[in-house]
Design a protein around this ligand. Structure first.
Ligand code: TYC
Length: 115
């Protein structure tokens, strides 16, 4: 008596779920894009406007015009977005900006939030 080769039964297949009885196709197994984070500057009454413009140019690669526009938005509305980055890059930029501000004796606040 010949024996049939044993085919994988559904629970052996990747993505099998008892409750739905579905099998993930290749697409759902692909890596997902990373979470992105906004780096945000907050307003205060003491940090000089020129210092904020310098930060935006030096750490966020803004030209004079867009750096000035973002600085004024923070000044007038309380906060503004410097850029959107992966988690590690955003965290590094926050740390660099805060360190540079404290070294210069300014209370500038810089934070990150999930985009
Ligand atoms: N409000 C500050 C001032 O009048 C300027 C300022 C702008 C401070 C943006 C912080 O993130 C900031 N000197």
């Amino acid at each position: 008596m010949s024996q049939k080769p044993k085919l994988p039964s559904p629970p052996d297949l990747p993505g099998f779920q008892e409750d739905h009885a579905t099998v993930m196709d290749r697409q759902t197994e692909r890596v997902q894009p990373p979470k992105m984070f906004r780096v945000v500057l907050l307003n205060d009454d003491y940090t000089p406007m020129e210092f904020v413009v310098m930060v935006l140019q030096e750490y966020f690669h803004k030209d004079q015009e867009s750096a000035t526009r973002i600085m004024l938005q923070v000044h007038l509305e309380g906060k503004g977005v410097c850029g959107v980055y992966t988690k590690d890059v955003a965290a590094t930029k926050v740390e660099q900006v805060v360190d540079r501000s404290r070294e210069a004796g300014h209370p500038l606040q810089c934070t990150m939030e999930e985009a």
